[in-house]
Write a protein that binds this ligand. Structure first.
Ligand code: CS2
Ligand code: MG
Length: 402
């Protein structure tokens, strides 16, 4: 069997997605998600102009060899574009292997380690009442864990509070929206959200929160301490994690569980965080962290250090990534939780899939491979449109993490 054809499909059913399809000489095709929100065409070009010519005629079963050929062979290592491209090739090869061996990918990753993949949904609202009403709706829909994000008094728009109920799509066409930020207002308001959430929902519903890279370590320590009475499942992305040892400060002040890593693209981004047990959950995801091959490496390192997985799963990664994440989440021993933002109906039509939500869990299904496809004819009806993520500024105008 040889790789005989490769195609990058860029489409926008509600938002932009980049999908790689590899096809073998005996007609087996595999898919990989190469979407990098706000920089999609960089990955499409990296694949089309530099990677795909290298794949023609290769044995698709040699997943490990191809991974290292693309990683070491590029000379310039790591980075979100490179690793999203390598990740898409990697996942497409696992998809092909599962189909060729007539088995779901999770069976190639060690087999089913649990009945289903526990997921959490995104409840948000302009104020605390609206957020708690959204949380109650998620619980009524059968979610067993819910993330809470709420508007901050005095700030016109903040991360995580979006349009509509099930979807949150922050990108804007043409130029980035600019949002304003006050750490002081945020630190005073979020504890009120969780105090009222526990009054309304009780303590049996795991509650999560995303600080979205906007605090310093000592600010994160203060927030973690203030949230301890409300027993969060995790406080996510409290601090930008380029300085991994910065998490020592947070860890030394609070027992609130910490999650980080959705922007990570290799094990080197989190090795110190994991080996020093500075975090409780690693958020690295299949599409952005070099595919299943590399994410399994990260999970195995995490397992040695009491760190569990918590893969990123936003609406800006396609059903191809979600399907791969579910095969990973079903098989990996130190699974924690899987983020699940529902895609739009158009997206689900472009990417028909076997995974299904039931009683708070997702299961990838038992089709050979990943159990997801792409309808290229339908995809063509949704052409790419450049879109940007917002830019955040402090009240004095200083650019801040969004
Ligand atoms: C967020 C993401 O889901 C999350 O935890 O951090 O929605 C993130 O803002 C987007 O993926 C950025 O494209
Ligand atoms: Mg996040």
């Amino acid at each position: 069997m040889r790789i005989a054809d490769a195609e990058v499909i860029v489409c926008s059913p509600g938002r932009n997605f980049v999908t790689l399809r590899l096809t073998t000489d005996d007609g087996i095709s595999g898919l990989g998600d190469a979407t990098l929100n706000g920089r999609e065409l960089a990955v499409a070009s990296y694949l089309n102009d530099h990677v795909l010519p290298l794949l023609d005629g290769r044995d698709p079963f040699l997943i490990e060899d191809i991974w290292h050929f693309l990683y070491k062979g590029a000379y310039w290592r790591r980075g979100p574009v490179t690793m999203a491209a390598i990740g898409a090739v990697d996942v497409a090869l696992w998809d092909i292997k599962g189909k060729a061996l007539d088995t779901p990918v999770y069976n190639l990753l060690g087999g089913q380690a649990r009945e289903g993949v526990l997921v959490y949904g995104h409840a948000n609202g302009l104020d605390i009442d609206a957020t708690l009403q959204a949380a109650a709706r998620y619980v009524d829909m059968g979610y067993r864990a819910v993330r809470l994000q709420t508007g901050i008094p005095g700030l016109p728009a903040v991360y995580g509070v979006g349009r509509g109920d099930l979807f949150y799509e922050p990108t804007s066409q043409d130029m980035p929206d600019e949002e304003s930020w006050s750490t002081e207002a945020y630190l005073h308001h979020v504890p009120k959200l969780f105090a009222q959430a526990r009054d309304a929902l009780g303590y049996n519903v795991p509650l999560l929160h995303d600080a979205h890279h906007r605090l310093t370590p000592i600010e994160a320590a203060r927030l973690g301490q203030r949230l301890e009475p409300y027993d969060l499942f995790w406080l996510e992305d409290a601090v930008p994690a380029e300085l991994q040892e910065g998490f020592r400060i947070i860890r030394s002040h609070t027992t609130t569980p910490l999650a980080v890593g959705e922007v990570f693209n290799s094990i080197h981004d989190c090795q110190q965080l994991i080996t020093e047990q500075l975090i409780d959950f690693i958020r690295a995801t299949v599409a952005h962290a070099g595919g299943l091959t590399h994410l399994v490496r990260i999970a195995h390192l995490a397992e040695l250090h009491h760190v569990r997985t918590g893969c990123h799963g936003p609406v800006d990664l396609s059903p191809v990534n979600l399907a791969a994440s579910l095969h990973f989440g079903l098989a990996v021993h130190n699974f924690g939780i899987q983020e699940y933002m529902r895609h739009t109906e158009d997206t689900d039509r472009v990417f028909p899939h076997a995974y299904a939500f039931d009683d708070g869990y997702l299961h990838p299904g038992d089709r050979p491979g990943l159990g997801v496809d792409v309808d290229t004819e339908l995809a063509a009806a949704f052409p790419y449109r450049r879109a940007y993520l917002p830019v955040n500024r402090k009240l004095d105008g200083t650019v801040h993490s969004w």
